[in-house]
Design a binder for this molecule. Structure first.
Ligand SMILES: [Zn+2]
Length: 287
């Protein structure tokens, strides 16, 4: 738990530094993509409260941001922009509270977001290893209905959410390919975007994602995306439970484009070998 408090303190310090520096000066141009997991009042480090989420979306609406899903964001990058006042939005893992709490707030404002789901966990033959009691997930019927409505679009996040770096080639292939095929069979449309589970990937995983036919893949490396950014290693910034509105603004506007100093240590403890280093070869971030 102290790790989360430390992270919150480091985030706040950086947001404050950004705020002092940012008056008038623009951060590098490009597209920032945010990601969340849950929107809920549950005591869960992966949950942002509905109150905070609403304030964050209100901020974007008030500041006239266009909020795009990950596939739209990638298409914008393909066209070379413009990126000003556009932000990409995504949710990992497909929790039910995303539909119950986030969806109405997004729909009201005309915002769109990608939800990355794991078909094996939706089916119920796999579960998320980090929950003793797993919060409810969206079921297939809801996923198919919501995908057709247009505010939320569903894309792939592997079959069972493993650390892909630890798998043999055939298993990694099955996780990546299988999630695409399973989701396409349900949705009846091409699935083109992939989110690396826990953001862990290397050259092999990127190759498998390309071979499977995905056009876009997102990591958990913070940073800004430009027209030259590898489409299969797009950067994203997580919005955390303890983020205040200043932290949110700083994340949207470029104050958090590099990892926090202790992130590598923290991620290796949580995800084991390879975590916090897996994407370095591709995302060229510094940890
Ligand atoms: Zn995930």
């Amino acid at each position: 738990m102290s790790g989360y408090l430390l992270k919150a303190a480091a985030t706040r310090a950086r947001s404050a530094a950004w705020s002092r520096r940012a008056n008038g000066s623009a951060e590098p141009d490009g597209l920032r993509i945010l990601f969340y997991h849950r929107v809920s009042d549950d005591r869960d480090e992966l949950a942002v409260s509905p109150h905070n989420f609403r304030r964050q979306m209100d901020y974007l609406a008030t500041e006239s941001y266009r909020v795009a899903d990950v596939v739209e964001a990638a298409a914008l990058m393909e066209r070379g922009g413009p990126f000003r006042r556009t932000v990409g939005l995504s949710f990992d893992d497909g929790f039910l509270d995303v539909a119950e709490e986030a969806l109405p707030i997004l729909a009201e404002r005309g915002f769109r977001a990608t939800v990355f789901v794991t078909p094996g966990v939706v089916d119920g033959w796999a579960s998320f290893s980090w929950y003793r009691s797993q919060p409810p997930l969206l079921g297939w019927e809801e996923i198919v209905d919501l995908d057709g409505e247009g505010t939320l679009r569903f894309e792939a996040h592997s079959l069972t959410h493993p650390n892909l770096l630890t798998l043999r080639d055939t298993a990694a292939h099955e996780e990546i390919n299988g999630s695409k095929l399973s989701l396409e069979a349900r949705l009846g449309r091409p699935v083109v975007a992939f989110s690396y589970p826990s953001g862990l990937f290397g050259a092999r995983e990127r190759g498998l994602v390309a071979a499977a036919g995905f056009h876009v893949a997102v990591s958990c490396e913070p940073g800004v995306n430009s027209s030259g950014t590898d489409r299969l290693a797009l950067r994203r910034r997580q919005i955390d439970r303890r983020d205040g509105l200043l932290d949110f603004r700083a994340k949207v506007e470029g104050g958090h484009d590099s990892p926090l100093p202790l992130r590598g240590v923290y991620r290796r403890r949580r995800y084991g070998m390879g975590a916090g280093t897996g994407s370095l070869r591709l995302a060229s971030s510094r940890e």
